[in-house]
Design a protein around this ligand. Structure first.
Ligand SMILES: Cc1ncc(COP(=O)(O)O)c(C=O)c1O
Length: 322
């Protein structure tokens, strides 16, 4: 289970989440239980209809050998806020969820890179297509995970599948059911020999990748689609905008045309899973000189922040006492 980190100031180390070996404990049914006991019935509303919202959070081994959870409060604030879309009511507060997560990792007991998956779901055994009057629950499990996407230069396509729009299933909601949209798009990308894909909005603007926000660099300035273009308000997106502005870069949040992807000097994705992942080509067109200097700079700054080696961003990290 122990994962050693050769390059501490780099991306997460470990498997890519394809086959999960979960940490021994999970939060389920209001308490910490062995992972093997954290199971739901096949009659669960969320399993049948995708009526859940979720989060993905990372904990990173720190350069000093400790463990810290990244931007954990922000993730739980987003989870509980998104729960309002599903009219969910749960007793847990943000503080409770942070505490539970830290306890779960403390019990795991190893300072390795870990991915944490909270889920707020309609737990009622019900066939009814409604949101109120159904019980809601939160579950949390965790497992050691390294990079989710290649951070050395991705081959990307523009998907023929449109991003789910705000009047269908809001992308900002991180609703589990809407990830069928992402699965369809990634499946086709993989079939076509690509590593990842970018989805467009109904009116043809760049939305986001299957599980990451998109950034382009043109003439030294950074552009990313606005939150109103059917994107998830990524916590990494926001962190990277902060890092970029602190480093003196200009960042524009504005709608992007598809061809801006092809003509960018640099392109990269951000996400808890993706971290800062450079894009090498889109639909077979090489981006600028491949992995560019702005992307590399931001990737380095991001890894320094998440590994605790840049004290300026210490507030992003919640320590786990192992
Ligand atoms: C669709 C989508 N976009 C963007 C992101 C990135 O969001 P965050 O940086 O909050 O992880 C995610 C989650 O990882 C996602 O599922």
């Amino acid at each position: 289970m122990t994962q050693t980190v050769d390059r501490p100031s780099s991306g997460a180390q470990g498997g890519d989440g394809t086959a999960i070996t979960a940490c021994a404990w999970a939060y389920f049914g209001g308490g910490l239980v062995p992972f093997a006991e954290a199971n739901v019935s096949i009659a669960t509303h969320a399993l049948n209809y995708g009526t859940a919202v979720f989060e993905g959070i990372r904990a990173y081994r720190q350069d000093d050998g400790g463990l810290a959870v990244l931007l954990v409060r922000e993730h739980y604030q987003r989870l509980l806020r998104n729960g309002r879309l599903l009219r969910a009511a749960v007793p847990e507060s943000v503080d409770d969820l942070v505490e539970l997560t830290v306890e779960l990792l403390r019990r795991h007991g190893t300072a390795e890179d870990i991915y944490i998956r909270p889920l707020l779901y309609k737990s009622a055994h019900s066939l009814r297509l409604q949101l109120t009057g159904l019980d809601d629950r939160i579950s949390i499990y965790a497992f050691p995970m390294g990079g989710y996407l290649d951070t050395g230069g991705l081959r990307v396509s523009v998907s023929a599948w449109q991003r789910v729009n705000d009047n269908a299933i809001p992308a900002r909601g991180k609703v589990t059911g809407s990830y069928v949209n992402a699965c369809m798009a990634v499946e086709d990308a993989h079939t076509g020999g690509f590593g990842e894909t970018v989805l467009l909005t109904a009116d043809g603007h760049v939305a986001e990748a299957s599980s990451a926000n998109v950034f382009a660099v043109r003439d030294g300035e950074i552009v990313t689609p606005p939150l109103s273009d059917d994107v998830l308000p990524g916590i990494t997106r926001s962190a990277v905008i902060t890092l970029a502005r602190d480093a003196g870069y200009t960042v524009h949040e504005r709608s992007m045309d598809r061809t801006e992807l092809y003509l960018a000097d640099e392109l990269f994705f951000t996400g808890t899973g993706a971290q800062v992942a450079p894009v090498a080509s889109v639909d077979g067109r090489t981006i600028g000189e491949g992995v560019g200097s702005v992307t590399t700079d931001l990737q380095t700054r991001y890894f320094a922040a998440v590994r605790g080696s840049d004290p300026h961003y210490a507030a992003w990290l919640t320590r786990v006492a192992l």
